[in-house]
Each structure stands twice: as C-alpha cells, then as structure tokens.
Write a new protein. Sequence first.
Length: 594
Amino acid sequence: MLNRNRHAYPSLEDPIVLSDIKKRRRRILIVSNLFPPHVLGGAEVVARRQALGLAASGCDVVVFAGRIAENADARGRLDREDDEGMVVWRTSVTSFEANDNFRNDRVAEHFRAILNSEQPDLVHFHNMAGLGMHLIPLARRRGIPVVVTLHDLWGVCYRGTKLRDDGSICGNTEECGTHCSASIRPHDLAHPVPMRLRRDYVTWCLGHASALVSPSVSLADAYVQAGAARRERTFVISNGIDLRPFREMKRVPSAATRFLCVAYMGEHKGIPDLIEAAKRLAGDVSLKERWSLTIAGDGHLLEDVRRQIAELGLSETVQCLGRVPRDRIIELMSASDVIVLPSRWPENEPVSLLEAMAAGMAQLATDVGGIGALIEPGKTGTLVPPSAPDRLAEAMQAYIDAPERAREEGQRNVARREGYAEEAAVARLLDVYEDVLANPRSLPDEPVVLCAGGAPGSEIVDAVQSLHQTEDEVGAGRRVRLLWHDWLPADAWADAAAFWNWSEDIEFAAALQAIRWGLPIIVSAECKPLAMVGQMFGGVRAVESVADVRGLLASVAVDPAALPRAWNSRGAADMLAAIAPQASFHIPCPDIWP
C-alpha cells in the first residue's frame, strides 16, 4: 500500500506478498542501454537482477537492450537472445557522446517494433544514454505506463557527473554555458544548437514518465531541484543486491589491514586521490607491511595508475588488477577489511558499498551524493571530504592503527544487510507498478516552444543560456521548454505554445507545419518573408532585439496562451508556400547503407 504522507517523497508501506503478486500477472518490458553479459556495470547488473526478480515473482518479462555497435553492419540489426528464460532484444548503440546519446531514430524504430510485438502492460526504463530519451514519450503516448529508474545524474547533467572543468561540483545545472559547454551539435544537424535545448528535451521526455524511482534521496533531490522530476511522482527505493553469495561467504583473516577499491578508473571516482593517499601511507616506515591496497576496475586511467604504482615504488603494497569478473570481486571482498570509494562526484547508491556491507567489510568513502546515507560514521564506516587525499590517508591509517575497528564495523554491516535484499526492492517496484497502472498520470504541462532556423548567432546562444534568469525575474514559477522541431513526434506539435525561427534563414517546411497547427510564430524582424505573412494574417511576432526574444519566451512560461495566433492560418500557409523556394519541399533521403 502506498503512503504519501510519511516522508517528503511517496513511500511504501509493507511490500506486497509474492503470493499476491502472482494473482495479477503483468507483462513488463525492461529497457536498458546495456545489459549483461556484454557489460557488467552497476546499473546493468541492477537491471538484470531486477528483471530476473520480476520474472521469479510471476511477471512476464521481456528486455530491450543495447549493445555497442562494432561495425556498420551491426547498426541495423535487432537480435533476439535468451537469458535464463527471458527474451532479450538487442539493438545497436552507436554513440555515447553527449551530442547524440539522447536521441537515436534507428533505436526508436526498433523500439516501436518491440512495443507492437510484445504488447507490454508497462515499460520500465533504466540507463538510457545511447538509446535515447525519446523512447519514454514514444511509449507513454501509446497509453503505456512508464517507470524510470534513475541511476546517475545523466538526466540533469550532460556529463552525468555534475563536475565542472575545474573539478568542482556544479551548483546550478542551468549554467552549462558559463562553466562547461554552451552548445551541442548532433550528427543530424547542420549546425550547433544551444545546450539548453538538449537539457529541455531530456526534461520534457522524463516528464512523460508515470513514476520515477531513485535509489537515494540525494539523487531524487538533484532531479527535483533541476526541475526534471516531480516530487509526488518520485519514489525512493534502494536497488538492493543479491545477498546469496554473501550469506555463504567465509571471511579470510589477516594480520595486515587490507583495503579494496572497486571502481571505474577515472578522475570522477577519485582514483588520483587514492593513489596520492597510498603514496603518503607508503612514506611512513612505521606502517610497512601493515597494510595493502587492491584496486579493481577498468577505465581510461588504468595504464596511468599502473605506471604511477611502479614509479612510486608501491608495487609490493598496491595492486591494480584491471577489470575482473564478479565472482572474483566477491573473492576479493572475502579477503579484504575495508572498502574504499574516494569519489569526487555525487554518487547515487554505489553497488560496491552495498556489496561491501553485505560482505562484512568496513566502509570508507567520500561524503558526496547518496554515499552518506549508506554509512553510519563511527559505526559502519568513515566519511571523508572529496578531493582530499590527506584526509583519506588519515582515515586509512586509523584503520591500520586499530585493526579491530574494521572487524567491528564489518560485523555491524552484516547485521543490517538484510534490509538491502533485492527481493524487498522487487516487491516495492511491483507496488509502484500497480499504483501507476491503477492511476494514470497526466502528460507534461510545461509550455513548449519549437525552435528552428540556421546556425544561431552568439547573441541567440547567450539569450537562450540566460533565459532562466528572465523567467525567474518575471516570476514564471516554471520553465518554457525549448525543443528543436525535428525532435518532437507529430502529435506533440498540437501541444506546443509557439514556434521560434531564430535566424534570418527560414526552415520553410517547419514554419509551414507550425502555421498549419495554428502556432504563434516568433521571428527576427530581419526575417522578411515570415514578418510579411504576419502583417497580412497575424500570428507572427517580429522582434527587434534579443531582449525582446527573452521577454516573449518568458511570457510564454507565465502564460502559454500569451502570444496571439493567426486569424487565418490556411491563408498564411498558402502565402508562405507560394514564396518558399522549391528546395524547401524536397523529401530528405538519408544514406541508410553502411
């Protein structure tokens, strides 16, 4: 039963009993950009374990997942696989770059085919980078309830980390252009567009979700504060872990304190800070042979880390194993005392910390994101500031100087691990499923302005980048969503509040479509053809300055009906069609061959 009053986010009372679940068999489509065995990252493991748990509970489960495209021939394939009785449909992910990873038309075609053939009752999305966020409205606009599990910050930060170029944590996700990148250029556009269009598109797509699931309050807060989630539709539910291998684990004792780090070998995981901390410990001769550090994981810093270990003379104490299989990680945990996670970025619910808890290890990590919710300082582990290798080294030395502390904290972790069993997470997910199936949610109501035109000048990019300030000044209380016109399905045009052609160059086909939908049009006064149409038929606002543009867009945020529409849209469309160049009516034929 759902309880919406006990906490800031909707919460769940006692989870559903599995015998009750089997009485209402549901067909669930699980969607994940990657999926085991091809990739074994934390989010992918969670997606598979939950899929298997749902199947075990009585649901019919089908998986739609990506694979990394290795050649052009693989890009058009949709393959069928079997995973312990589950059907897994595989499509190709061609780009994980921020310019393109939020949309993929070929994947959308495959997804439509799966929706048609599998006829799911509900679609549950996990990581979507590379597959594209447009799959959410694609399913939802067919009347299919959608649940999205948030695994990281990708939905509010194009980098997915909220880390700026200088390594600091971003405090305002609307200021990408000030600190990171003002524009992006998807491969299918002839010119860059302001970064806000990508951010608004991702938010618009997320707004179609019937419910969001966040494993941590910290991550849920980040999405709510960025305007990418509604608090009343967001459920905080731990991903949980498979406790079976840990319940059978036999710990291997040692006189030395053994540290273990299982993480991607990248700066955002704080690996440079860990190496610096190890260097400081190695410089204390009194600690010789009293500690060791094992690092497991792949990533772009792997070879650099191995080189540093050798150059610093740490090889006898520090091992860097690279990528290791899951069963090997469990073995390492059975023979380690303290898990170390020195992340610089706001983590969600790190799998390594959950598994270390289940393995009876002490936890040592940085106090960022959702990490603090998993560690009770002084009882189950230690929290240190991020990007502070000196504090990390001090905390590690405290465990070396008092080996019994790690054992005691590890025992307390074992005592609380059952609360993180994945069976409980699956039961709570089923509760959310039943809630959204019984109570359909409305679609996004934020006003949409469709954008078109040639390459935007720097003044337009700046205007878009600073628009949020104008929206705040007029007390809009919400944001207008600026979306590139080609990114929306045809039926979504009917819900748009306006069409903005931001350059002197006219995208005639898009402008004609906007006029036929009866949308108000915003253009530069230098855009003579559209300005002339407006003079004769109304519905066109020709603006003289960038300040005027910001004011109009902010007024739409306050009142979506603020701009007048053409009094004769058919006449306006006929006139624009008459003056449009012949090339405007050519049907594009993209090269579909490898």
